[in-house]
Design a protein around this ligand. Structure first.
Ligand code: PLP
Length: 446
């Protein structure tokens, strides 16, 4: 058996891939071996455009010289030492940088290793903040329909995706559910009414339960895994105002939206929102190494500060928290943002994507096309006029993305919503090519 055949067989025998039905994988295995710019290459030498930024995190393309060098330089010093009770140099420098680029009220950085863990930390931090403050009743979390914050038990508890609740419901803690201001298929007459209705419902929830509510969690401006749903303008600001009125913490999850994906460094900047807690991951290392951070205000931090005997310590921390290699590559990544004025560039790329996606609107089964910056979702439907979905078992999204793969582009669907989230480094030509592949594949499959 040659090396390639051996790898294919071994991948189906020994691996268990995340969020993957292995029976699907077995029927058409894919093994990536290398990458260059926004191109990924599999073990047979076939090339693919990275249409989903290797799951929403790659920024500058693969094998970016400066990032490779930052890791090698750090390796010559040390790869890892614990952050429990001991700081390290890159973790300090990165914390300074994160504080500089996020809203000015966020003054403390707590590291972890994935989006989900940064959210777990946000939950425990908000919860313990109120306990330490003597507000024992404030224990509940409010979440919006279809929120996704990761797949650990805490993160799926404050998430609101039906599927996870069906499967893991009895493991999760209960939350208060509020409606997401969904615009597609809304019975209301436009963006402003969708916003007002959702804020009115949220106000009623806050009014009734504010004494028990610790925090509300949301993905600012665009819900990612919940279907690429965009909030109406002003909704996020409205939530912030309600939080201040009712003394409820605002937790924003910028894991997917952060680092330029929406055309601003962080999505909250579109509406000048200042959260109490903010989570970041994915693009923080340019897509290189697992690193995440939860940022908090000084007001929150000080409720944890005191004599050990007061038992206010934040009891959380992972083995690889604040890893030196991760922090070093994140610093190098943020330097490139400055040097290449990447956020401005991203806003320009978004315009190119917008004009290219306009052609997809004509497709018979493209029900809705949603875009915020470089985050796009194309919702496939059976009937465009009514928005009637395809029967779920037809798996139109899945089959369309398989067809895209055959044609040289990788992405993953969210049900029948095709995700298009190219790296910030994609050229205009590459964007055009990817949109063309999506168009041809959707046409061929639906
Ligand atoms: N939060 C949001 C908004 C996400 O989109 C994701 C992942 O897609 C997560 C959290 C979880 O991140 P991770 O997969 O790194 O745990």
């Amino acid at each position: 058996m040659n090396e390639q055949a051996n790898l294919l067989e071994s991948s189906t025998k020994n691996l268990w891939l995340p969020f993957t039905q292995m029976k699907d994988y077995e029927s058409d295995p894919l093994i990536i071996e290398s990458g260059e710019g926004i191109i990924l290459k599999d073990i047979s030498g076939k090339e693919y455009l990275d249409g989903y930024s290797s799951l929403w995190l790659n920024v500058h393309g693969h094998r970016k010289k400066e990032l490779n060098e930052a890791i090698i330089e750090q390796l010559d010093l040390i790869a890892h030492s614990t952050l429990l009770g001991a700081a390290n140099v890159p973790a300090i420098r990165l914390a300074e940088k994160l504080i500089e680029i996020t809203p000015e009220n966020l003054q403390r950085v707590f590291y972890s290793d994935s989006g989900a863990t940064s959210v777990e930390i946000a939950i425990k931090m908000a919860y313990q903040y109120w306990q330490n403050k003597g507000k024992q009743k404030k224990k509940k979390f409010v979440t919006l329909t279809n929120n996704y914050h990761g797949d650990t038990i805490g993160a799926i508890s404050i998430g609101n995706v039906d599927l996870f609740h069906r499967v893991y419901g009895s493991l999760m803690f209960p939350t208060i559910k509020a409606p997401f201001p969904l615009q597609y298929r809304s019975p209301y007459s436009g963006e402003a009414e969708v916003k007002e209705r959702a804020l009115t419902e949220l106000r009623a929830i806050f009014q009734e339960h504010h004494e028990e509510i610790a925090a509300i969690t949301l993905e600012p401006l665009i819900q990612g895994a919940g279907g690429m749903n965009i909030m109406p303008g002003g909704y996020l600001k409205g939530v912030e105002e309600l939080c201040r009125e009712f003394n409820i913490l605002l937790i924003v999850d910028e894991v997917a939206t952060g680092f330029g994906r929406t055309g601003k460094m962080f999505a909250i900047e579109h509406e000048g929102v200042q959260p109490d807690i903010m989570t970041v991951a994915k693009g923080i290392t340019g897509g290189y190494l697992p690193l995440a951070a939860t940022l908090a205000t000084e007001e929150i931090y000080k409720e944890f500060y005191g004599e050990y005997q007061e038992m206010k310590t934040f009891f959380h921390g992972h083995s690889y928290t604040g890893n030196q290699l991760g922090c070093a590559v994140a610093l190098a990544n943020l330097k490139i943002y400055e040097k290449e004025k990447l956020v401005e560039q991203a806003a320009k790329k978004a315009e190119v994507i917008k004009s290219e996606l306009a052609a997809l609107k004509r497709l018979k089964h493209a029900g809705d096309i949603r875009q915020l910056g470089l985050m796009c979702g194309i919702e496939l439907v059976q009937d465009k006029k009514t928005g009637k979905p395809f029967p779920w078992e037809t798996r139109m999204g899945y089959h369309s993305t398989l067809e895209m793969r055959k044609r040289g582009m990788l992405t993953r669907p969210l049900g029948d919503v095709i995700v298009f989230m190219p790296p910030l480094a994609s050229s205009d030509d590459q964007i055009r090519k990817m949109v063309q592949i999506m168009r041809d594949a959707i046409e061929a499959v639906t």
